[in-house]
Design a protein around this ligand. Structure first.
Ligand code: G6Q
Length: 542
């Protein structure tokens, strides 16, 4: 199947030139200038999709900027590229793969056949098998080798096989089965697996080995360590009751000693960082139940449908992606802070780090030419209000301009006195000060001594997107993740890069092996002078 990517160089489009001129003409116009006396602005720049209210009024944009960004999307063929993705074309050019995470959450009855595979029925077959298994674990029908119920589930995986499930468990903990403990092991640091199992009982522990390839060093090593821990207590025969696998690689799963009857599959058209709604979400399904998981998928699907059908000017992922391009390429903003005002979303910044930076951290276009413009921003963050007491200082008064995504959950699942209004007040106050700042006159009016006024001025003009949802339930989490997935897609399409490969990560999977041979003595070798020096130091300290 041949697929024409968004053609060539985005800077050659007419819209890019217009946006460059607009950025120049707005160089002395602040968000405060754009906002003051414009009471219509918040309504004009707020959109709703799948329960997510996205307010872009604190961005440094005008109606002209928004229109020109939509023209840029048009000239780049972003929506045609979206349609090619959704229909299963191989838009992951460098790996020659389809990109079909949206198919993972399509309801029953939506047909999709790609490369001769009945994708729709395969997806639902796996979902049904996952549901039967998750229900059995939750109900106690699935027992460990000694006849006891499962009381702890340990997901062993890394990257895309860890961050989504770990984030989702934390996010949906309120709706999870509290009789089961969940742990997530990813690091090859032996501390991770050791601490994860130290207070668990092998007889009541279930391991999910989650690895698309089933070859990843960290995951395989942790899985072998877990296996030895279990076998030492319960014997070889117990493995099949305490280990299940999530993978695309049946052969390797079987070679590990896991019965492929207890393997839940997915496909090469699901990228690791886009896989939390595939079988990789098995731990999520055990935590929140199969009905809860279907709600999660429904939230993803609602956002997919919105992205696929909403008019460009109302299309939230499209607008969010285009504003990210504006900030990155025309305002020169290098980093985005993700600031969820929800403790349940404490792993969301880490999750987004992978989704955004692994997808759009590229510097070669789809046609192989080096880019001549900036691509993916650096994403990082912490839950509010904790971040306020540490790095927000730089956000407010540092010399770098950072854009922020402030995420607010209106209704708490744990209401206590005025704590939730306090949390929301902090989110809104920070969003306001970041965008609008505090002028010298305002600071002086508070009675601040003259000498201190310059120190207390907040320049503002830091762009903020404020995303507000009613409650953080499974549906909303699905919609929120899909919103970011599609925003990432839009950015990648504008930049003409492959958002779905990860050659930098692939290198990491290989590069340590030579040094490991030297460290373990199995294949002595020497490296560059600095590496040899570090090896000698390590040996002297170990
Ligand atoms: C995700 C990346 C990467 C991957 C991990 C784990 O998009 O490709 O983070 O998910 O390296 O890979 P396996 O699932 O194959 O173990």
């Amino acid at each position: 199947m041949t697929t024409q990517p968004p053609a060539g160089d985005p800077t050659a489009t007419e819209a890019w030139s217009v946006l460059t001129d607009l950025a120049r003409s707005l160089s002395t116009t602040t968000i405060r200038d754009l906002s003051e006396g414009n009471s219509e602005r918040p309504a004009m720049l707020t959109r709703e999709a799948a329960g997510i209210h996205a307010d872009f009024s604190r961005q440094r944009v005008t109606a002209d900027v928004m229109n020109s960004l939509l023209s840029l999307a048009d000239e780049r063929g972003v929506l045609a590229w979206r349609d090619r993705m959704l229909s299963g074309e191989h838009i992951n050019i460098t790996e020659n793969r389809a990109v079909l995470h949206a198919a993972l959450r399509a309801p029953v009855g939506v047909p999709l056949e790609v490369d001769g595979q009945d994708v729709a029925s395969d997806v639902h077959d796996v979902l049904d098998r996952m549901s039967a298994f998750a229900d059995a674990v939750r109900s106690g029908a699935w027992l460990g080798a000694t006849g006891e119920r499962i009381a702890a589930v340990v997901n062993i995986g890394i990257g895309g096989s860890d961050l989504g499930p770990a984030m989702a468990y934390q996010a949906l903990r309120h709706d999870s089965d509290r009789d089961i403990t969940f742990r997530f092991v990813s690091n090859v640091d032996p501390t991770d697996i050791s601490e994860a199992v130290r207070d668990l009982d092998p007889a009541t522990t279930l391991f999910i080995v989650a690895s698309k390839t089933f070859t990843t060093l960290e995951t395989m090593t942790n899985a072998q360590t877990a296996r030895s821990w279990l076998v030492a207590a319960l014997g070889e025969a117990a493995v099949s009751r305490h280990f299940v696998a999530v993978s695309t690689n049946a052969e390797k799963v079987s070679a590990f000693g896991i019965d492929t009857a207890n393997m839940f599959g997915f496909w090469d058209w699901v990228g690791g960082r886009y896989s939390m709604d595939s079988a990789i979400g098995l731990s999520t399904m055990i935590a929140i139940g199969s009905t809860g998981f279907r709600d999660l998928l429904a939230g993803f699907h609602a956002m997919d449908t919105h992205f696929a059908t909403a008019a460009p000017q109302n299309n939230v992922p499209l607008i969010m992606g285009l504003i990210a391009v504006w900030n990155r390429n025309f305002l020169g903003i290098e980093t985005t802070a993700v600031l969820p005002y929800s403790q349940y979303l404490s792993r969301f910044p880490a999750y987004l780090q992978q989704l955004t930076m692994e997808s759009n951290g590229k510097s070669v276009r789809l046609d192989g030419a080096p880019v001549t413009y900036e691509t993916g921003a650096i994403f990082w963050g912490e839950p509010g209000t904790n971040g306020q007491h540490s790095f927000y200082q730089l956000l407010h008064q540092g010399t770098s301009t950072v854009s922020s995504d402030v995420i607010v959950v209106a209704r708490s699942d744990n209401p206590v006195g005025d704590m939730q209004p306090m949390l929301v007040a902090n989110a809104l106050a920070q969003a306001s000060v970041l965008a609008l700042g505090r002028t010298a006159a305002e600071v002086a009016a508070d009675g601040t001594p003259d000498a201190l006024v310059p120190h207390k001025v907040m320049p503002g003009n830091r762009p903020v997107s404020l995303l507000m949802v009613e409650r953080l339930d499974a549906f909303t989490l699905g919609a929120l993740v899909a919103l970011y997935e599609h925003s990432v897609f839009v950015q990648g399409a504008i930049w003409g890069i492959d958002s779905f490969d990860q050659w930098g990560v692939e290198l990491g999977k290989k590069v340590a092996m030579g040094i490991l041979g030297e460290l373990t003595g199995s294949a002595p070798a020497s490296f560059d002078a600095s590496t040899d020096h570090s090896i000698a130091l390590y040996r002297s300290l170990a």
